[in-house]
Design a protein around this ligand. Structure first.
Ligand code: AMP
Length: 282
């Protein structure tokens, strides 16, 4: 695996090599890698593609400074895991490299409704920061394919919108959420859970599965309230738990029995904010 820290070096290298025969797959991450991230690398490697992974904890997407400072970092382990997974190139820039003095950090992205609900509502500015960094990364790397995880459902929609807004040429491939054996979605933040919190955290998937099992055509507001009560009783502080149209993210109060719906949740345990989602109509 080749490691680059400077954007000029990686873009010059990619331009020189050409890689016309191979599809260039790109996996942006914030590090503290787990099997969910490695699944994206494996997807990029399928069909003989060249895989480029980036690790950059992006200050612009943290609405809470403390959360940024507490974000886990396991860089040596990450490099090892990427090498084992066959990742070809790692881009590991510093903050100064990603956001140099002359870089316009004020760019705003017209995300519309997507930015006003769920993560957008509870983390103001978060998706602008995500777009800022991914837009910059796509301009540096210019991949054929961008690999994202369904774990961040709304982020996948935001980045699909970014691709349209900025006319990035890459295809977007969304990979399924990888889970621990008890159902907890893998997340870099799981490292920060206490032992007791880690055990409780599996309830998030339990509640999402409860919604999937019990969803019926008609009013679904009571079902949603029951699910919120379940999480609160288990010790979670729930930011939101919503049933939404899987394509538009519009809230669904009355399900018509046909439209695709997804349940999305964000909840704190041990001061660690976890998010997850499950399509209820698969
Ligand atoms: P992050 O490092 O958390 O910014 O995530 C980097 C990429 O990995 C994003 O596209 C995430 O959606 C994806 N990802 C994170 N956790 C998982 C998971 N458990 N399963 C699949 N993809 C994931």
């Amino acid at each position: 695996m080749i490691l680059f820290k400077k954007s000029k070096d990686i873009s010059n290298y990619l331009a020189e090599k050409g890689f016309r025969e191979q599809s260039v797959g790109f996996v942006p991450t914030m590090g503290a890698l787990h099997a969910g991230h490695i699944g994206l690398v494996q997807a990029a490697k399928k069909n003989g593609g060249l895989c480029i992974c980036s690790i950059f904890v992006n200050p612009a997407q943290f609405n809470d400074v403390e959360d940024y400072h507490k974000y886990p970092s396991t860089i040596e382990k990450d490099i090892d895991a990427l090498e084992k997974a066959g990742c070809d190139i790692l881009f590991l820039p510093s903050v100064a490299e990603m956001y140099p003095e002359d870089f316009n950090k004020e760019e705003t992205y017209q995300l519309g409704f997507l930015e006003t609900v769920l993560e957008g509502k509870y983390r103001p500015g978060h998706f602008q920061g995500v777009c800022l960094v991914v837009d910059r990364l796509l301009n540096i790397i210019r991949p054929d394919e961008l690999f994202l995880g369904q774990k961040d459902y709304q982020q996948c929609m935001v980045l699909t919108k970014l691709k349209e807004l900025k006319q990035h040429a890459c295809q977007i491939t969304i990979c399924p959420t990888r889970r621990e054996t008890d159902g907890l979605a893998m997340s870099s933040r799981n490292i920060r859970l206490t032992e007791a919190g880690r055990k409780k955290a599996a309830q998030i998937f339990g509640t999402l599965s409860f919604l999937k099992k019990n969803l019926r055509a008609g009013d679904c507001r009571n079902l949603k309230l029951t699910a919120i009560k379940q999480l609160t009783a288990a010790g979670f502080k729930v930011d939101y738990l919503e049933i939404a149209n899987a394509i538009s993210l519009d809230t669904v109060s009355e399900w018509n029995g046909k439209e695709p719906v997804v349940a999305l949740v964000a909840a704190f345990i041990d001061d660690v904010r976890l998010i997850d989602n499950l399509v209820l109509t698969d």
